[in-house]
Design a protein around this ligand. Structure first.
Ligand code: IVH
Length: 669
């Protein structure tokens, strides 16, 4: 390949990778690589594009602000766009920034404001007439998601601004974050419930802000800190440093420390001081932001397409250390995902001893060519789970071999029919639930406090039941007999009776506990409650279409898809059927049954584009209506899709009301 060809393909590859990581970070809040690695890729791309302008592209991710919008929320256009900042990890870049400004303003020394850069989720709060009206995420910078309901639950957001000098309309900008303490509390709770950990506070923050259920969002304590303004009606202050004073006076949590400095050397000193102080801040800081303090100068300096020329973010390096990777272990999650974990020689990093690091997935291991026995560089920033970033190739043992994920799975006894990697997905999964490790997990979850809450069915007991093959699936719990259990206990009478009693009692549990206990991917306790209320029984839930599921408050398309896939699986179906036969079949009166179509008869003809016939039918029936096969005088509505058949003529002849697919949707809404 020619050098130019190689360069072009590297540029294309970087763009594609960056776009993929943007998607993971902004939309899924589930990054696979550290911010540092991401920034490095972006810097490489920016440099290549600068050196080879012939390959530069308008839509290159280098020139764009990420996009965190989700279809579940109403979009709102910022009165003033929310831009991002140019980032650097190098002191030279910082000095170059200063030099550009000195040249522009023809001055020897410029006044800056140095602020902590908060590692949270950007938010814009609008106040009109001093009253809080709206909270919007950054989105694509121009338009974001309206998340007012969830942001309202944060105690730092005043309903009304205190004191005077409040502009008629003002967008106040800041970051939502979660304290380290709250992050740990939530993860401890998840550990008890047998649920997977949240990876880091930032992801959990954005996940929480984007919850469709504001009550659930309120249960996770988010905090907020405000540092700037977007659109402001009319004149107000002249300097960024005064913005902080105003923000504090109006009753917002403001930055605890900012530095007004003269000249870049003093700014650098301030950054050093921030680096020492930041561990004591309530929020995570991943760097410093150096801004021109004077608004008039900011205006003169202007903007590039995505960032101001009057500010720069200097980011701190995440802490790193070298250590030996002893082995790669494959961990089985509750939903059957097989994730690789690096077992490390313990090393102190960012104040804690690290002996394990995430390796993400098979592709990541291959991309970085990480091998057992390698000396690796491990990185950890704040509460983020440590990650292996690279291999120290000079220290690689002579006899090392590339890690073969599939071969390791075979060594672990997973046959080809038991595990699979779905094309297009990064993770390997267990095909069936028969694996003992996974079975133990499932039962642990089923018996856990936030599910069936079965006393006496702890980890050790479950281990015994599974290893002795007394239990091969969840329903087997309910077929256990006294004789099966006696030999498992030292105290051979009372304890087994207690367990059998607890199991018997759990049959009377509320429906949501059973639903949650099934361990359907994406379905937490709150969603289980919503589903129980909406469907009223396991039978109804099991037969619900995706269309029905999505209509439940709090259930999005991803969850609806997961539930529907779960109940399509014959093993899951038979598990639930068996549970019901064994007497675990609670019912709940469904909330506000909607029977607006009671007594109405519908006939469907032609093809409907947005929903299947089956979905249309269950939708109508759910609201009390009836669907029949042929048109008669008794028919109330004929729903005509594309290419309707003779039923349409018949309906017209009889004067039956003909409606289209959209009308039907409106009726079902
Ligand atoms: S000023 C016109 N100041 O970092 C740009 N941003 O990487 C104004 N951030 O979008 C941004 N702390 O979400 C500014 N003290 C601070 C910040 C800060 C965190 C975030 C913000 C911004 C992103 C840019």
């Amino acid at each position: 390949m020619t050098e130019a060809g190689g360069m072009e393909s590297r540029i294309t590859q970087l763009r594609a990778e960056i776009r993929r990581h943007d998607e993971l970070y902004f939309r899924k809040a589930a990054p696979e690589i550290s911010d540092r690695e991401y920034d490095r890729m972006k810097a490489e791309l920016a440099q290549l594009e600068a050196e080879h302008p012939e390959f530069a592209a308008e839509d290159s991710p280098v020139r764009q602000v990420g996009d965190d919008r989700s279809p579940e929320f109403a979009a709102y256009r910022h009165r003033q766009p929310m831009l991002s900042l140019d980032n650097t990890y190098s002191r030279e870049d910082l000095y170059a920034f200063d030099e550009r400004l000195r040249r522009l303003f023809e001055r020897d020394r410029i006044d800056y404001l140095v602020e902590p850069k908060i590692d949270g989720l950007a938010i814009s709060l609008t106040y009109e007439g001093g009253r809080f009206v709206r909270a919007v995420t950054r989105g694509n910078g121009v338009e974001g998601d309206d998340v007012t309901r969830n942001i309202e639950t944060i105690s730092g957001v005043p309903r009304r601004l205190r004191g005077g000098g409040v502009p008629d309309v003002i967008e106040i900008r800041g970051e939502v974050y979660m304290s380290h303490a709250e992050f740990r509390r939530i993860n401890r709770e998840r550990e008890r419930a047998g649920l997977p950990f949240f990876r880091n506070p930032r992801n959990l923050t954005s996940g929480t802000v984007k919850l469709l259920d504001a009550r659930e969002a309120g249960r996770r304590r988010l905090e907020i800190v405000l540092y700037g303004a977007g659109y402001v009606a009319g004149p107000w202050v002249r300097r960024q440093s005064e913005v902080h004073e105003r923000i504090r006076a109006w009753g917002f949590p403001a930055l605890e420390r900012v530095w007004v400095v003269a000249g870049i050397d003093a700014a650098w000193e301030a950054i050093r001081e921030l680096e020492r102080l930041r561990a004591d801040f309530a929020y995570g800081t991943d760097g410093a932001v150096v801004k021109l303090d004077d608004f008039a100068m900011q205006r003169d300096a202007g903007y590039t397409s995505k960032a101001p020329r009057w500010a720069i973010a200097y980011k701190f390096e995440a802490e790193r250390a070298e250590t030996r990777l002893r082995s790669i272990r494959i961990q089985v999650g509750r939903t059957g995902a097989l994730t690789p974990v690096a077992e490390l020689e313990p090393v102190v990093l960012a104040g804690t001893t690290v002996s394990r690091a995430t390796l993400h997935n098979e592709d990541e291991i291959a991309r970085k060519d990480i091998r057992e026995g390698d000396t690796v560089v491990v990185e950890k920033a704040g509460e983020v789970i440590p990650a292996v970033v690279s291999v120290v190739h000079e220290k690689r043992p002579a006899d090392s071999a590339p890690f073969d994920f599939a071969a390791r799975l075979r060594e672990l006894g997973f046959g080809p029919e038991e595990v699979q990697r779905i094309p297009g997905q990064a993770a390997w999964r267990l095909v069936r639930a028969g694996d003992p490790v996974q079975l133990r997990r499932r039962i642990q979850h089923f018996a856990g406090r936030t599910a069936m809450d079965i006393e006496g069915l702890g980890e050790a007991m479950i281990e015994q039941l599974v290893s002795r093959e007394l239990v091969r699936d969840i329903p087997d719990l309910y077929t256990l007999r006294f004789e099966d259990l006696v030999s498992l206990y030292k105290e051979a009478d009372k304890a087994p009776r207690n367990l059998l009693h607890a199991l018997e009692q759990s049959k009377g549990n509320e429906l949501w506990r059973v639903i949650h206990g099934l361990g359907i991917p994406h379905v937490g306790a709150q969603s289980a409650k919503d589903l129980a209320r909406a469907f009223g029984s396991l039978g109804a839930l099991m037969d619900a279409s995706e269309f029905d599921l999505e209509r439940v408050n709090g259930v999005g398309s991803v969850m609806a898809g997961a539930i529907s896939a779960f109940f399509k699986d014959p093993e899951n179906r038979s598990c639930v059927k068996r549970l019901r036969r064994l007497g675990i079949d609670p019912e709940e009166t469904t909330e506000e049954r909607d029977d607006r179509l009671a007594g109405k008869t519908f006939v469907l003809t032609g093809t409907l584009s947005g929903l299947s016939r089956e979905e249309a039918k269950t939708g109508i029936e759910r609201m009390g209506g009836k669907v029949t096969g042929s048109v008669s005088r008794k028919t109330d509505y004929l729903v005509a899709g594309d290419n309707p058949g003779s039923k349409l003529d018949k309906a017209r002849e009889l004067g039956v009301r003909v409606i289209g697919e959209n009308d039907l949707r409106e009726l079902l809404e």
